[in-house]
Design a protein around this ligand. Structure first.
Ligand code: NAD
Length: 508
């Protein structure tokens, strides 16, 4: 059993938090908390403070296989897939309330492992609880279809069957939100699951296991294995007893996962990378567009699949706009994510820190101008300065590759056609934004942009009701929205003959 000693959370100071003993997390397999079969452990340090935050049992192949066996058994012989939608909904609502009851503890763990400001972690936890509530409503609404139009003697009924065992693999940038974009919808449909969080941010997912048990989830329905992607993740992607893979992460790992899962023809749902443009027309609401530009690139230290990492601005206002972005970027408060008022925390991993800096370096070498920031900050913890790069052209790597850091590229355009061509010029297609007071400009652009979400005069807003996912190499499928549970089902056709047969194949 894992435990925390984070009590009386409203009164802690940064020093109190850092002085606490590390969180201890085990694997959740078949309703029990267990250590890894080989006794292995995995440690996580806070990227902002360089102190030990958590120690986990580290799953290996054997543990992953046991978790899958438990999920298989729970699906094939357990009560969950047969349970009434209303009963599943009740348990999902219990989970949502359990999340809210432990909001502060979850938020603190997210901040300590990921490096994001505490206020943003709290908002993430609240958003996640809302998704559990929303999935509960869908659990009662999942239904098939029927055809009463096939002739007097034929009735067609289309059933929705839960697909089976789902492997859920998540990244480190919004660990709690992303597991909540998947797991409650799979559960609402009647599936069972094996969940593998990113190894550097496993805490909130392990805590979710505690909440699930308290909420009444039957043993084996949700299994949680902390471990390495190339060990545990690999088993979850390839195992023949898994029916579906729901993956969020990088496009490169995602592509490999799709290829490997194809050996057993699993259904896949893939949420991958993005290089998302915000198109700024001269008649935009200047202040709103500037604010969204700064928020869009620095939120979560730019470690967002949806980060607005490319600004495409009309050449007539480009110079003034870039100068204003730099001015506002200087106002962004970067620092210890436990301190109130901080807007941008630490970079989550040292590997990511290196990746960000190497992208900036490559942009400089390619002829772009780094007009603000571009370096690691000289302090304890892994912080990168808010960075603005101008003079970026379409052929430069920084114009098309995901940096996943607080680094904004600014490109210019002359016409709407050119803006659309630039917006659609990368291999990604996750999201985009259009800024103009002219509705016709907004809608013309929005209709021609190839992206799963196009924001119009706003950015990075999300609602459980609205589907989310990407075109092209940003993914396969959509999460959220009223069809979210359907993704975790198989369709079964009942083709029924009524009454006596009058037509025969062999002569009679
Ligand atoms: P990643 O691809 O490195 O890792 C994602 C998950 O895959 C982790 O749990 C990791 O352990 C696991 N993994 C690694 N190797 C594996 C393997 N061989 N087999 C199976 N699983 C394996 O991604 P990351 O660095 O954790 O996250 C950042 C990426 O995620 C960015 O590209 C970002 O755009 C993307 N992302 C996309 C969305 C979206 O909804 N589209 C949301 C958040 C993040």
């Amino acid at each position: 059993m894992s435990e925390t000693n984070l009590t009386n959370l409203k009164t802690y100071t940064t020093a109190d938090v850092l002085a606490r003993p590390p969180y201890r997390g085990q694997l959740l397999i078949n309703g029990r908390w267990v250590d890894a079969a080989d006794g292995g452990t995995l440690e996580r340090k806070s990227p902002a403070h360089d102190t030990l935050v958590a120690v986990y049992a580290k799953a290996g192949v054997v543990d992953a296989e046991r978790a899958i066996a438990a999920a298989r058994e729970a699906f094939d012989r357990g009560p969950w897939p047969q349970m009434k939608g209303a009963e599943r909904a009740r348990i999902l609502r219990n989970v949502a309330e359990g999340i809210l009851a432990r909001k502060e503890e979850l938020a603190l763990m997210e901040t300590l492992e990921n490096g994001k400001p505490l206020a943003q972690s709290r908002a993430e936890v609240e958003g996640a609880a809302d998704l559990w509530h929303y999935a509960a409503t869908l659990a009662r609404n999942l239904h098939g279809d029927s055809y009463n139009t096939l002739g007097e003697k034929t009735l067609g009924v289309v059933l929705r069957d839960p697909i089976g065992v789902v492997s859920i693999i998540t990244p480190w940038n919004f660990p709690f939100l992303i597991v909540s974009q998947k797991l409650p919808f799979a559960l609402a449909a009647g599936c069972t699951a094996v969940v593998k969080p990113a190894e550097v941010t496993s805490g909130t997912t392990v805590m979710l296991g505690e909440i699930l048990i308290a909420a009444g989830i039957p043993a084996g329905v949700v299994n949680i294995v902390v471990g390495r992607g190339n060990v545990v993740g690999e088993v979850l992607v390839t195992h023949p007893d898994v029916d579906m893979l729901s993956f969020t992460g990088s496009t490169s790992v995602g592509k490999q996962a799709v290829a490997k899962s194809a050996q057993t023809l699993k259904k896949v749902s893939m949420e991958l990378g993005g290089k998302n443009p915000q198109i700024i027309f001269p008649d935009c609401d200047w202040d709103a567009a500037l604010d969204a530009t700064v928020f869009g690139i620095y939120f979560n230290a730019g470690q967002c699949c949806n980060s607005g990492s490319r600004i495409l601005v009309h050449e007539s206002i480009a110079q003034k706009f870039a100068a204003a972005v730099v001015e506002r970027s200087r106002l962004v408060k970067v620092g210890d994510p436990l301190m109130p008022g901080v807007q941008v925390g630490a970079i989550t991993t040292d590997k990511q820190l290196e990746t960000i800096l190497s992208h900036v370096d490559a942009a400089r070498k390619a002829g772009a101008q780094v007009v603000l920031g571009g370096s690691r900050m000289n302090t304890t913890g892994m912080y990168v300065e808010p960075t603005v790069v101008t003079g970026v052209t379409r052929d430069m790597a920084i114009a098309s590759e995901e940096v996943f850091g607080p680094v904004l590229s600014i490109l210019t355009f002359k016409t709407l056609d050119e803006a659309i061509a630039l917006a659609n010029s990368t291999l990604y297609g996750l999201s985009a934004a259009v800024w103009s007071k002219d509705f016709s400009t907004c809608l013309t652009a929005a209709r021609r942009i190839k992206a799963g979400t196009v924001w119009v005069n706003t950015f990075l807003e999300g609602h459980a009701e609205l589907p989310f996912g990407g075109y092209h190499e940003s993914g396969i499928g959509r999460e959220l929205g009223r069809f979210a549970t359907e993704d975790y089902t198989e369709t079964k056709t009942l083709h029924m003959h009524l009454g006596e047969r009058t037509e025969w194949w062999l002569p009679r």
